[in-house]
Design a protein around this ligand. Structure first.
Ligand code: HEC
Length: 107
């Protein structure tokens, strides 16, 4: 019996190993980088959103009320745009926008 059971156990552990590797690599790929986001924010967003001299109606992210929304909600708004706020789909990748959101959460 032990001869029959052993290969199944080995195969199961190997399967778990594969699955965990997949899980960790996906997690790593999804971690947002606020340092990259900072550069992108300065390049693309600060002209309207900088504290004190922001464009009329553009939220000042120091106050954080705009940030009380989930990442996917903010991602969609930044991709699509809103009134005077330009949409960034096709200009910035989702990855870049998520980095910017991570940076904005450090304010
Ligand atoms: C041309 C000026 C301008 C630029 C550039 C700009 N924004 Fe905006 N943004 C606005 C304005 C104006 C609003 C307010 C829109 C409204 O509510 O009518 C806004 C709103 C927002 C909101 C709040 C949306 C909501 O309803 O909660 C977020 C988040 C945001 N901008 C992020 C960004 C990011 C990130 C960038 C850079 C990639 C950026 N903005 C670049 C003008 C700008």
């Amino acid at each position: 019996m032990s001869i029959a059971v052993k290969p199944i156990l080995v195969r199961n552990y190997f399967f778990l190993f594969l699955i965990s590797g997949l899980f960790f690599s996906i997690n790593e790929a999804q971690a947002s980088d606020p340092n990259k986001g900072r550069n992108l924010y300065v390049q693309h967003c600060i002209s309207c959103h900088e504290s004190g001299r922001e464009m009329a109606g553009a939220p000042d992210f120091n106050f954080g009320s705009s940030m009380m929304q989930s990442d996917p909600v903010l991602l969609t708004k930044i991709r699509v745009g809103k009134n005077a706020m330009p949409g960034y789909a096709g200009i910035l990748t989702d990855r870049m926008i998520l980095d910017i959101i991570a940076y904005m959460r450090t304010y």
